[in-house]
Design a protein around this ligand. Structure first.
Ligand code: NAI
Ligand code: 15L
Length: 265
């Protein structure tokens, strides 16, 4: 049986994939710095801080693939981002290098490009325009993944996730939403692809209003099925459309573009 490591397993997406991938019959090694709960058959639990290089080395040993979700997932103090997303990612790639290059699904973010306007359509080759230190840390992660591919042949799916929640929560997410079903089909597609390489993939459902062009990864055969438009009436009842001259309506990164640099405590 293939052993798949999920970092960040206690988080929102980790909990979704834990249930769904177990149903696929995969052996899961679940890891987080936070409490994860008890393992059920087919699971191993390893508490680990990504900033601890030796612990990450042991964590990766024996894994056939890694779904890397762990880290700081919102704007935060730079010291926290540095430990989890920058040092943590370096530790993960060094451990992968030491243990046979298991394929990596790297949860990058749309906040690598948050300062593009909502009236622009992007392909993955366009320059990054991060909207905060969190976004910058994901830019670092993407560059690190690419360097390990070019230097060592380490395969990574660099997945710029839009907004992955049970349902879209606001007008912006009518463009950026990724459904749980489409996330799961993307993960299984990445795990099964005969040849992956190191593509940048937009993690977004088949939304009518998507800003992002995934035609460069047609070779993977991933076909997202959901469309946020199905929730448009619900969103329109729930909140007023943001005024056109406000950051929420201008920038793809939406509210993240307005986050301050968080002071160190
Ligand atoms: P989350 O914040 O719910 O989960 C992240 C997990 O990482 C948490 O359980 C946390 O305890 C763990 N973690 C934090 N620092 C750690 C460290 N030093 N060592 C080990 N574990 C650590 O985030 P969520 O929503 O589940 O997202 C998963 C990944 O996907 C994150 O990397 C996030 O940046 C990325 N992403 C998520 C999006 C979404 O819409 N949910 C959108 C774009 C990117
Ligand atoms: C992200 O990168 C965050 O991790 C997630 O919590 C959402 O806020 C998402 O982006 C988004 O842009 O909606």
């Amino acid at each position: 049986m293939r052993r798949i490591l999920i970092t960040g397993a206690a988080g929102g997406l980790g909990r979704v994939l834990r249930t769904r991938l177990r149903a696929e019959g995969l052996l899961l090694r679940l890891s987080d710095v936070a409490e994860i709960g008890e393992p059920v058959p087919g699971e191993e639990i390893v508490r680990c801080d990504l900033a601890d290089a030796k612990a990450v080395d042991r964590l990766v040993d024996g894994c056939d693939a890694i779904i890397h979700l762990g880290g700081i997932s919102l704007e935060d103090r730079f010291s926290r981002i540095l430990d989890a997303n920058i040092l943590g990612l370096f530790n993960l790639y060094e451990a992968a290098r030491a243990h046979g290059h298991p394929r990596i699904f790297f949860a990058s973010s749309n906040h690598t490009i948050g300062f593009y306007r909502q009236d622009e359509r992007l392909d993955a080759g366009m320059p990054m325009r991060p909207d905060g230190l969190y976004g910058v840390s994901k830019c670092f992660g993407e560059a690190l993944a690419r360097m390990y591919f070019d230097k060592f042949g380490q395969e990574t799916a660099i997945v710029r996730i839009g907004s992955c929640f049970e349902r879209p929560r606001n007008h912006r997410m009518l463009s950026s939403w990724l459904s749980y079903d489409d996330l799961t089909s993307l993960v299984t597609c990445v795990l099964r692809a005969p040849l992956l390489g190191c593509p940048v993939i937009w993690g977004v459902s088949d939304n009518d209003r998507s800003w992002w062009d995934n035609s460069a990864i047609a070779y993977l055969g991933w076909r997202p099925k959901d469309n946020a438009e199905a929730f448009r009436d619900e969103i329109e009842r729930m909140e007023e459309r943001p005024a056109p001259d406000t950051p929420l309506a201008i920038w793809q990164g939406g509210p993240f573009t307005q986050d301050p640099i968080v002071p160190e405590a």
